[in-house]
Design a protein. Structure first.
Lengths: 454, 247, 223
């Protein structure tokens, strides 16, 4: 919450994208039907995920690719490092993929003496700045152009550089072009993987995706198992929902589709790594399974009033915002990140904009329930909730509690206003007053009112 | 018509004037009002915080209390959202067919206050007089769960003397969210600050809403900052006549 | 008869373990897969409503929104349109795929056909000219199918200028229609292009042109 520049940038960016999204979504008369179908396609795929994973593997291999399976982050990183080492690669170019952030692939690569080169402009900025991304779709939101200019001059060895956005992207283009044309190995993720055909799809704007999946000799794609869709034609739904939700465009500049290996065009060697890393844990819980429907558009972040105030760094995980609040704890089987499900006022704005209709507020409540059932809720809270439930058990107890409240407030109330409360309640009175409890409750008044009616 | 009132636990304790206004208005419109005094709480706070078992007990209490009520009026859209969205879910999870049937039977009888007036009673003009400038904060539950749409605006537009001023960024949450305000005080305060700025920008004398929970939050800051802007539940505006405000 | 315990317990592969986890996790499969798939609701629009003329107009308007220059011509005059586009952009040295029709190439420019050029060589060309497989009016999208007559992907990616020849009959209205056709195009690489490359990563200013061709022009062949 402290960094004002970040907060200002987040506020501005989320407002801009939110408005753009609203405009292009309003154009689509069958938006709700598309959302419903997208939700059902994903849910169906998850229900039959074992079949689709195997179907994908067969089709992909038949087209000349190699398919690997990784149970967790370490296994995935081991496979990537092993493949790159077998090719004696010292550098590797990367297309934006949150999955690689999730498994901390870059750390593993550097430990193995391999230099990862981020090629998405924002990820490049984050990497050169030795920083962390602050937003799912616009990761360098926390940097302004003056900061970026200084960074580029320093890290790209430039003596002169203009300070307009055009100058900065031109610098990035030159810097990265040299790498695209030369570096023989690349790592990508996948937005979608088609089970029926073994096709992998990467959705992007800048063209670095096309560069990375086309030019190198060796391509490794890290694909979370939830990225699968059954048939190519199913993409008709997602290719309408994703661009409009993510960047507020009718269609993003580039989508690349490829299946296995094509002679004379693109990498000679293509590897897919199918990654679990906790997704099967999320799959187990039928109520919150739809968390895996997520297509990483970032619309929930842009809609969330909490995120608008805090930005992604506050969430402490790769996946931020509303989806992060339900995905991260579940990937970690609720052993960590237990405060995340509480970082929400349950306003429902995220659910309203989610293109695959993930009922995030409902899942937040579900996770809170699981935390309580495991007795991981703070003792003071459990005590307070118990006391409240007991008071609500019947009306005579409620009346007693009201009386006690009126007595209990006496030290704090002055002229009908409470300005200071003790303990955790002081969070309220630090910035707000509280009306003191009126002498006569409604039900007490009602008793008198009944008498007047008779 | 006999209208049974579910006042909502926090209104009962902290905002009895809202309940008085509801009763006063409905009686003026010629209806009989009943207040089943066995009522306590709909269970929302416990449900939202993860204490489903406690919420289930309160749901059962609610069902028992309103078993034979034909029309239930609730001046709190968050309670109505709880009942409409989560009672069926809790019933389904209990797998008790009696409970499931009881909830199915309950839902059509439940009305949020503005829904009661506009949908059930078919009224937008309730004969109110309130010569002040007013802005409306659409609470998240009324906006997204109940989808009351412009019912509150329709009602306020018919109040004589009232000037309604549109609130900017109205769909932004005020930051209350029940226990959220206590557990995440910094973020809640930041959200509240934005909401208060929008309210003050309207220069309205009064901020109104369908929920006292939001209003309690917003007015907490308005009074702390000594702005002179008051918060009033919509019922209190609609019950106001030339003979005096109901509050 | 007593079975002897195996000395070497079988190691479960990652694939087997993941598939087992999936099977153990999903206990609520009520329908078998194909029926379950058939039950997915599909009430979104799939049909076209625009007539040919309006369709083309929409397509051209979207392209122009992206900043593309659009040239309309009839088939016998393609080479003229190509020449006009290149002259407008002041370009001279261009590359095409191997089977690019020579009748479409205007005089006065340096055209080369792909001859297995390496990336540095491709990078020395000022522009590339391609046809396309399909186009979408609603979104102003051009779809390249990289097989047969259509050159390998590197060719339409590296040069800074891309001129694409689209026949009116190749334009469909909606994304749905396009994807359904793409589903029949086989295992070859496909690229969809909707305007030149762009980023909004620097203070949310949308900048055109980062890595892909920064300028995209289109020739629409009406008849």
């Amino acid at each position: 919450m402290g960094n004002t520049q970040l907060r200002h940038n987040v506020r501005h960016a989320t407002d801009v994208i939110r408005n753009k999204r609203a405009k292009v979504v309003a154009e689509v008369s069958d938006w709700e039907q598309l959302r419903q179908s997208a939700h059902e396609i994903k849910q169906h795929t998850l229900r039959h995920l074992d079949f689709y994973l195997q179907q994908f593997e067969s089709a992909c291999k038949a087209a000349g690719a190699q398919v690997h399976w990784a149970r967790d982050a370490d296994e995935a990183n081991g496979i990537v490092v092993g493949l790159l080492k077998s090719h004696r690669a010292e550098e590797v170019i990367k297309v934006k993929t949150m999955t690689s952030d999730e498994v901390r692939l870059n750390d593993a690569l550097e430990e193995a003496g391999i230099t990862p080169i981020e090629t998405d402009l924002a990820d490049l900025i984050v990497q050169l700045g030795e920083d962390k991304p602050s937003h799912i779709v616009v990761p360098a939101l926390h940097r302004n152009k003056m900061e970026i200019r200084r960074l580029f001059m320093k890290k790209m060895g430039l003596e002169e550089l203009g300070d307009q956005p055009e100058d900065l992207t031109a610098a990035a283009r030159t810097y990265l072009r040299e790498k695209f044309l030369r570096v023989p190995a690349a790592i990508s993720g996948a937005n979608f993987a088609v089970a029926e055909t073994g096709t992998v799809c990467v959705v992007e704007s800048e063209g670095n995706g096309r560069m990375c999946v086309t030019l190198p000799e060796v391509l490794i794609s890290l694909v979370g198992i939830e990225k699968l869709v059954p048939r190519f034609a199913d993409l008709e739904v997602f290719l309408q929902l994703l661009p409009r939700s993510a960047t507020g465009e009718r269609m993003n500049p580039y989508n690349s589709f490829w299946t296995g290996v094509t002679h004379g065009d693109g990498p000679r060697e293509f590897h897919v790594i199918l990654l679990d890393n906790g997704r099967t844990e999320v799959l187990k819980d039928e109520e919150s399974r739809e968390t895996l429907d997520c297509i990483r558009c970032g619309a929930c972040l842009n809609a969330c009033p909490v995120y608008r105030q805090t930005g992604g760094h506050a969430y402490g995980s790769v996946y931020g915002g509303p989806i992060g609040a339900i995905l991260t704890p579940q990937l970690q089987s609720l052993h960590h990140s237990q405060t995340l499900p509480y970082a929400s006022s349950l306003c429902g704005a995220c659910y309203e904009v989610c293109p695959v209709k993930i009922n995030i507020p409902e899942i937040l409540i579900h996770l809170r329930n699981k935390i309580v059932e495991r007795h991981d809720d703070p003792l003071t809270e459990r005590f307070a909730m118990r006391a409240a439930a007991s008071a609500m058990a019947d009306s005579s107890r409620l009346e007693m509690a009201q009386t006690l409240g009126r007595i209990g407030q006496i030290p704090f109330a002055e002229n009908g206003v409470i300005t200071h409360l003790p303990g955790i309640l002081s969070g309220w009175t630090d910035v707000r007053d509280l009306n003191s409890i009126p002498k006569e409750s409604f039900r007490a008044w009602w008793k008198k009112h009944l008498n007047t009616l008779e | 018509m006999l209208i049974s009132l579910f006042i909502a636990c926090y209104n009962d304790t902290l905002f009895p004037e809202t309940g008085r206004a509801v009763v006063s208005l409905l009686e003026k419109l010629g209806h009989d009002v009943d207040f089943p005094s066995a009522q306590t709480c709909c269970g929302q706070m416990h449900y939202n915080t993860g204490y489903k078992k406690d919420a289930l007990a309160m749901m059962q209490g609610f069902l028992k209390t309103f078993d034979d009520a034909e029309v239930i009026c609730i001046p709190s859209s968050s309670c109505v959202a709880m009942i409409r969205e989560h009672y069926p879910k809790m019933a389904a999870q209990s797998k008790d067919p009696v409970l499931i049937r009881a909830i199915d039977d309950l839902l059509p009888r439940v009305f949020e206050f503005s829904e009661l007036l506009v949908d059930k009673l078919g009224l937008t003009d309730v004969g109110a007089f309130f010569p002040h400038t007013v802005t409306l904060h659409p609470s998240c539950h009324s906006l997204r769960s109940l989808r009351v749409g412009d019912k509150p605006v329709q009602l306020l537009s018919q109040v004589r003397g009232l000037k309604l001023i549109e609130l900017k960024e109205s769909d932004q949450c005020c930051g209350f969210g029940g226990t959220f305000a206590i557990k995440n005080p910094d973020v809640s305060a930041a959200m509240l600050s934005d909401k208060v700025t929008c309210v003050l920008d309207t220069r309205a004398e009064i901020c109104t809403a369908l929920d006292n929970s939001c209003l309690m939050h917003i007015s907490g800051a308005l009074t702390r900052q000594r702005t002179g802007v008051r918060c009033l539940h919509i019922a209190e505006i609609l019950a106001s006549t030339e003979h005096g405000e109901s509050a | 008869m007593v079975e002897e315990a195996s000395e070497h317990p079988r190691i479960v592969t990652a694939k087997e373990e993941i598939l087992n986890r999936v099977r153990r996790a999903v206990l609520d499969r009520k329908l078998e897969r194909e029926s379950d798939y058939a039950y997915i609701p599909r009430q979104y629009n799939t049909v076209s409503v625009l007539n040919d003329h309006d369709l083309l107009e929409l397509f051209i308007s979207r392209l122009q929104d992206y900043g593309s220059s659009v040239y309309e011509c009839n088939e016998p005059y393609i080479s003229g349109a190509v020449g006009a586009a290149l002259a407008e952009r002041k370009l001279r040295k261009l590359i095409t795929g191997r089977d690019f029709p020579s009748g479409w190439i205007p005089a006065g420019f340096d055209f080369y056909q792909d001859n297995g050029f390496d990336y540095q060589q491709i990078n020395s060309f000022e522009g590339v000219i391609t046809t396309c497989a399909l186009a979408i009016a609603e979104t102003g999208t051009i779809i390249l199918r990289h097989a047969g007559e259509e050159p390998r992907r590197a060719l339409s990616l590296i040069p800074d200028y891309h001129l694409c020849i689209v026949f009116a009959a190749q334009v469909v209205e909606t994304v749905s229609q396009a994807v359904r056709q793409m589903a029949t195009m086989g295992d070859v690489p496909l690229t969809t292009i909707s305007g030149p490359s762009a980023t909004s990563d620097i203070e949310m200013t949308r900048i055109k042109g980062v890595h892909g061709p920064r300028t995209l022009d289109v020739i629409v062949v009406i008849r």
